[in-house]
Design a protein around this ligand. Structure first.
Ligand code: 5CA
Length: 160
């Protein structure tokens, strides 16, 4: 197992979740790649998207949106859910600093810092979803309930 994925498995265990990653040499960097490799509907892929939530006074904090692979994130809905005035996409360095992982492999929980998490309600429509396990080649299955529990996330209508 890739050491980053092994570290993620440990972080998940600390949250009370036993995750069993699967490695796909062909890559799972995007939701489309992951769905094709695994052989599931793209809606079952969990995109873990980091955004800066910004208030009009200039203060800001990083939040995580867990979005179905079939949906485009509604940033206004995310800002509202986070109690901010708007959101801005986090850059690669911010993603790494906030989560401990690089874009393309960011898992939905087990992050380096405590991030407010918001979960796309549409993910509840599946028995099983798949999320990144730390690298652009590793993913793991879980139930939507485990996703919500593991992330401590708040359900929200995040689809545009
Ligand atoms: N492993 C896959 C499926 S689980 C995965 O991580 N997908 S993802 O959607 O969660 O992560 C890729 C996302 O990272 C893209 O949808 C995009 O929103 C974001 N991203 C890609 N490049 C950048 C970039 N340069 N800066 C900020 N965000 C980016």
């Amino acid at each position: 197992m890739h050491p980053t994925t092994a570290a993620f498995v440990e972080a998940a265990a600390a949250l009370g979740l036993r995750v069993e990653p699967r490695r796909f040499p062909e890559g799972t960097r995007t939701a489309e790649d992951a769905a094709a490799a695994i052989g599931v509907d793209v809606g079952q892929i969990v995109k873990s998207l980091a955004f800066r939530a910004v208030r009009d006074d200039g203060s800001g904090f990083v939040v995580m949106a867990l979005v179905s692979g079939r949906n485009r994130l509604d940033e206004a809905a995310l800002a509202l859910a986070a109690g901010a005035d708007h959101t801005e996409r986090a850059d690669a360095a911010e993603v790494r600093a906030a989560t401990g992982y690089a874009i393309g492999g960011v898992p939905p929980f087990g992050h380096a810092t405590a991030l407010p998490v918001f979960v796309d309600r549409d993910l509840l429509g599946y028995d099983e979803v798949w999320a990144a396990a730390g690298t652009p080649h590793d993913v793991f299955p879980l139930t939507p309930d485990e996703l919500v529990r593991g992330s401590g996330g708040t359900l929200a209508d995040l689809a545009r």
